[in-house]
Design a protein around this ligand. Structure first.
Ligand code: NAD
Length: 495
């Protein structure tokens, strides 16, 4: 069966025929699932199931946790030098590069990421293995430090232990790679739980680990839903949970980990502001907020979903923005010309339609979009939507919609712009537009979010990414992304 309307050419059965899908990678082997539970993968284009894969049960998780614990407590991995481990990490990156076209295709197949977007962004995943592998190859996890009162101490960065890495469906391979590449470099062993909607990437990652001869139990992969995930985080053998997902999920992780003081890091949602100052170049601002207001049908955590503009320029910006948004090519994600595919699943469509209704009820002005595209009734498509004159108290301005819906919010003056930007429980990303770079940096420093770009929106694997407030705890990417997987030990030297 081929997925996609006209133009779709990907046949999952054929494309994946050489890959292990029916067994789980646990303890260095492909083991038979302990139950007959299944995950149904539904194409967001055809709304039909295109593949059934096994879902891990609690017993599979027990097995994976035991294997990871054994590998940490008794295996070679944590005791290798960082340079020895780096060879494996770099080699996994090379294996992943060989699978980049397939990884992009399964991303499109499972959740409808446009082929062009997936084909480009997927490269961030192997790049993370390259990046952390090179940090490991430098091998500087032990520092000899002079003491204030004479003598020396070693400050050693040791692996935090057995890590559960839990990831969502929206950008599965990239988000899993942030954790896995850093955790491996640090010397941790891993139980990875992919989201139930996107289990294929986990199988392909395991295949890379197997291909490079990663020692048994260092990486174990158990695709499953929330309940089994909850079972995993409750295992006392897990030393740390690395979670990417919703705020509700993150709070649950924190609560469970608090009971045994297990470590945790959280990468959660956002409601990120794009602040357009009066002196900004409108082409630059619109050129950024069109692709980054609703990338991947708005299902990206760092989307610029609140556009802040002065009352004076509000109508001018809304006009230019809505003209540009109307040009977005919505359609079959397999087609090269498509800029926006469908939402990833029925529950996402229901969620977004609910927010569209709420925006109208709250009195926001619907400027463009607001429903399903005409003549596109098959597939979870929704129109790119802009609401204008949105007030901070409206639900659509406060909550993460995770769909292609942007609120344009008018401000009085610069102080008011900062107040509105900060008037959010979230603090993930953001952008400031002004012709004056100094002013842009000063404004960026006053906005309480983990990541900001002046006159654009950038992300780079060498630069830490993460949230203030309810957008998360800890950072991924950069050397800071490694900190999350290390404990610091001080050893005072004799003499
Ligand atoms: P979600 O919290 O429902 O699920 C995310 C993952 O966590 C899934 O694998 C799920 O099975 C698992 N999970 C959920 N509850 C769990 C529990 N109690 N114990 C163990 N595992 C559990 O999130 P979602 O709706 O699938 O993903 C979208 C959310 O993720 C959005 O809020 C988005 O902003 C956020 N996100 C954040 C980042 C970031 O880097 N900050 C990146 C991507 C997505």
């Amino acid at each position: 069966m081929s997925i996609g309307a006209a133009g779709g050419t990907f046949d999952p059965q054929q494309a994946l025929s050489q890959h292990v899908l029916k067994n789980f990678y646990i303890g260095g082997d492909w083991v038979t699932p302990e139950s007959n539970r299944e995950l149904e993968l539904i194409s967001p284009v055809t709304e039909e199931c295109f593949l059934k894969l096994p879902e891990a049960s609690e017993k599979d998780v027990d097995r994976a946790v035991r294997a990871a614990r054994q590998a940490f407590d008794h295996g070679p991995w944590p005791r290798m030098t960082p340079q020895q481990r780096a060879k494996y990490v770099l080699a996994i990156g090379e294996e992943m590069k060989k699978r980049v076209p397939l990884l992009a295709d399964v991303w499109t197949a499972q959740i409808g990421a446009p082929k062009g977007f997936a084909g480009y962004i997927i490269n961030y995943a192997p790049q993370l293995f390259d990046y952390y592998g090179k940090i490991g190859a430098r091998g500087d996890f032990v520092e000899t430090r002079d003491m204030l009162n004479g003598g020396k101490a070693l400050v050693i960065r040791e692996p935090v232990g057995v890590v559960a890495i839990i990831t969502p469906w929206n950008a599965p391979m990239v988000l899993t790679s942030y954790g896995v590449a850093a955790a491996l470099t640090a010397g941790c062993t891993i139980v990875s739980k992919p989201a139930p909607e996107t289990p294929i990437e986990g199988q392909l990652l395991a295949e890379c680990a197997e291909a490079v001869g990663l020692p048994p139990g260092v990486l174990n992969v158990v695709p499953a839903g929330r309940e089994v995930g909850d079972y995993l985080i409750n295992r006392p053998e897990i030393d740390k949970v690395s979670f990417t997902g919703s705020v509700a999920g993150g709070k649950r992780i924190a609560e469970v980990c608090a009971k045994r003081l297990a470590r945790y890091t959280l990468e959660l949602g956002g409601k990120s502001p794009a602040v357009i100052m009066d002196d900004a170049d409108l082409n630059t601002a619109i050129g950024t907020i069109v692709p980054f207001g609703m990338p991947m049908t708005g299902q990206i955590c760092f989307s610029l979903t609140r556009v802040l503009v002065s009352k004076k320029r509000h109508d001018e910006v809304v006009d230019a923005y809505s003209k540009a948004v109307k040009q977005i090519a919505v359609g079959d994600p397999w087609k090269a010309e498509t800029q926006m595919g469908p939402l990833s699943m029925k529950r996402q469509l229901d969620r977004v339609m609910g927010y569209l209704e709420k925006g109208r009820q709250d009195g926001a002005k619907l400027v463009t979009g607001g429903g399903r595209p005409k003549d596109m009734n098959l597939g979870y498509y929704v129109e790119p939507t802009i609401f204008a004159n949105v007030d901070s108290n409206m639900t659509i301005a406060k909550e993460e919609i995770f769909g292609p819906v942007v609120s344009v919010m008018p401000y009085e003056d610069e102080e008011d712009a900062i107040r509105i930007a900060n008037n959010s429980t979230y603090g993930l990303s953001g952008a400031v537009f002004t012709k004056d770079p100094e002013k842009g940096i000063a404004l960026a420093r006053r906005i309480r979010t983990g990541n900001l770009t002046v006159n654009g929106l950038k992300l780079d694997n060498a630069v830490p990414f993460g949230g203030f407030k309810e957008s998360g705890i800890g950072r991924v990417g950069g050397p800071e992304g490694l900190d999350a997987y290390q404990e610091i030990k001080s050893v005072y030297l004799p003499g």
